[in-house]
Design a binder for this molecule. Structure first.
Ligand code: AGP
Length: 584
């Protein structure tokens, strides 16, 4: 959420910053802005809306030094006035994070300052202006010492031929390239610009000029942070012939599974060591990552016979959880930056639990908190809605289940590649999407592991189509939710287990008898046959009970995608959302 870019170049900066912001747009698209520095003068353009709103005016900005921002509104509505950068005196700043004590700071130190926005971020630039002592770095350190919350800040100052950056709990990377030196929230902003990057640590500061980058710790001692390859390249950020990233990424799920399998050996030994004597497992994450934990709970308990719970990270961290030395906490996050998940992992560590991170972001904060990282190798996921990373998480957690159970499950996962490809490439979803687009609400139903997948199907549909939707256990329908079913409602029922098919089909009958429309996603021939004249049938390959989520979820993702298109929604940038939620 919120993307920042800064650079000090040997060429004009504004178009490079604009290009970087385009790559960070998945972090927010409520407004965008750029500030540049030229001959001691700061110039700013900023506008409500997507980064493309700056396309015509960004080129008016002179100067080789600049900062840019794409916003996901937290404090203050999306508007031109609340767009970053903010300026005061000799400074302009961009900020990602939340300043939790902004009201206190305004009251205590800034009562006479003329605020121009409703944002928390503006206090930063007002404080810089107020406390400026002629030294950008020491002033920035003083200001940061007053802030509570989280921040990744980039600053330009009329007196300094470069930019300064500060980091606490929100990410910043820095890197050098042929044109000069950069800072950004995430690697895609620097794709094609920097082959290598360094990740700032909490309380770090950086000074970036066209000649080099200096990193300082919280006491302003110059420090070295490891240099790592920038895994985001222009090639892996392309749309690959698809109209939207969502479709491209749904189609990449089989590769996410195969690649996750291929890199698992890098973690396997450490996972085995860490998991000795574990007698309880908690899987935690937010949104789709949490939903993948719900799927994994089923197979971990079945294979390893260790009690396992899935907990929403934002709940887990505030409930004084019972964890100890024999508890394994698995923190799942595509971005590795989700504030609730990172804090849940920190809490678990502080209670002596063993912590495994399952992330798709090798240099993320979550990775640095965890004892061991199981990598999800899905490649950059740009669409705000998570798709291929869900498949990668399910694969990574399946391999973890294998270690816990003392079994090698890699073969099972390798066999899944063909059925997965088949589903993402050949499933005709149009009749279901059409039904959903005309409905008043869509209810995703299933039992056991199919219920876990139903929850994800529902999240995906509401996220990209804005149609009200619920995921529900098929057996619970008659205990309340059935009251919502009439001819305008749609039920999508997932039935992949022979064991439970006889029970799940009752839910189909119950919806049909209340005149609701039904789609059945199934790998079971007898179920397809039984409902073929009364429901839309989506036939998926049979992959066995515990790997069925890898194919059924692809069908559900395609339903969400096609429904969004029918309703003229942008599936890559759903309203009000951002990809990595780095604030609470
Ligand atoms: C998924 O489609 C959502 N965009 C959202 O629920 C997401 O999964 C959640 O915010 C967690 O993100 P993370 O995996 O990066 O931690």
């Amino acid at each position: 959420m919120c993307g920042i870019v800064g650079c000090a170049l040997r060429r004009r900066a504004s178009d490079i910053i604009y290009g970087g912001l385009k790559q960070l747009e998945y972090r927010g698209y409520d407004s965008a802005g750029i500030a540049t520095l030229s001959k001691g003068q700061i110039s700013i353009v900023k506008k409500q809306g997507k980064v493309s709103a700056l396309e015509n005016c960004a080129s008016d900005l002179d100067g080789n030094i600049g900062i840019g921002h794409t916003r996901w509104a937290t404090h203050g509505k999306p508007s031109d006035a609340n767009a970053h950068p903010f300026a005061a005196g000799k400074f302009a700043i961009v900020h990602n994070g939340i300043i939790e004590n902004c009201l206190e700071l305004k009251r205590e130190f800034l009562s006479d300052s003329p605020f121009s926005s409703d944002t928390d971020s503006e206090v930063i630039v007002r404080l810089l202006d107020k406390y400026y002592d002629g030294n950008l770095l020491t002033t920035l350190k003083k200001v940061c010492s007053l802030l509570s919350g989280s921040y990744a800040i980039a600053v330009i100052c009329a007196d300094f031929e470069g930019i300064a950056a500060a980091k606490f709990k929100s990410p910043i990377i820095v890197g050098s390239g042929a044109d000069g030196n950069f800072a950004a929230s995430d690697a895609p902003a620097l794709a094609g610009l920097c082959r290598d990057i360094s990740v700032l640590e909490d309380n770090d500061f950086a000074l970036i000029t066209s000649d080099g980058i200096k990193i300082f710790d919280g006491d302003l001692n110059e420090v070295f942070r490891p240099v790592r390859p920038n895994l985001a390249t222009p090639a892996n950020l392309e749309l690959g012939g698809c109209p939207f990233y969502m479709l491209k990424e749904i189609r990449e799920a089989p590769y996410a599974v195969a690649n996750t399998c291929a890199v698992f050996h890098t973690a396997e030994g450490e996972v085995k060591k860490l998991c000795k004597n574990i007698n309880r497992i908690i899987l935690t994450g937010c949104g789709t990552a949490y939903n993948s934990g719900l799927v994994a709970k089923r197979y971990i308990e079945q294979f390893a016979r260790i009690p396992c719970e899935a907990e929403i990270a934002g709940e887990f961290r505030y409930k004084n959880p019972i964890v100890g030395g024999n508890t394994l906490v698995v923190a799942i996050s595509q971005s590795g930056e989700t504030a609730d998940t990172v804090e849940a992992a920190r809490l678990a560590k502080s209670a002596n639990a063993k912590v495994i991170a399952v992330t798709n972001a090798p240099y993320s904060q979550l990775n640095s908190v965890a004892d061991v990282v199981i990598p999800v190798a899905a490649g950059p996921e740009i669409c705000v809605a998570a798709t291929k990373s869900y498949a990668g998480q399910i694969a990574a957690l399946y391999l973890l289940a294998g270690v816990l159970a003392g079994k090698d499950l890699t073969d099972d996962l390798q066999k899944i590649s063909e059925p997965c490809k088949n589903t993402v490439e050949n499933t005709d979803i149009s009749a279901v999407a059409d039904m959903c687009a005309r409905s008043s609400g869509v209810y995703f139903l299933g039992r056991d592991i199919d219920y876990a997948v139903a929850l994800e199907g529902s999240l995906k549909l509401k996220e990209v189509s804005y149609i009200p939707s619920e995921g529900y256990p098929a057996g619970e329908l008659k205990h309340g939710t059935l009251a919502l079913i009439d001819e305008s409602a749609v039920a999508v029922v997932v039935i992949t287990s022979e064991r439970l098919a006889g029970k799940s089909k009752n839910a189909v009958e119950q919806v049909l008898s209340r005149k609701g429309k039904v789609a059945v996603i199934t790998c079971i021939n007898s179920i397809a046959e039984e409902f073929k004249d009364r429901a839309v049938i989506i036939k998926i390959p049979d992959c066995g009970e515990y790997l069925s989520p890898l194919v059924s979820s692809s069908a559900l993702q395609l339903i969400a995608y096609e429904t969004a298109l029918l309703l003229n929604r942008d599936p890559d940038k759903p309203r009000n959302l951002a990809k990595s939620v780095t604030v609470e």
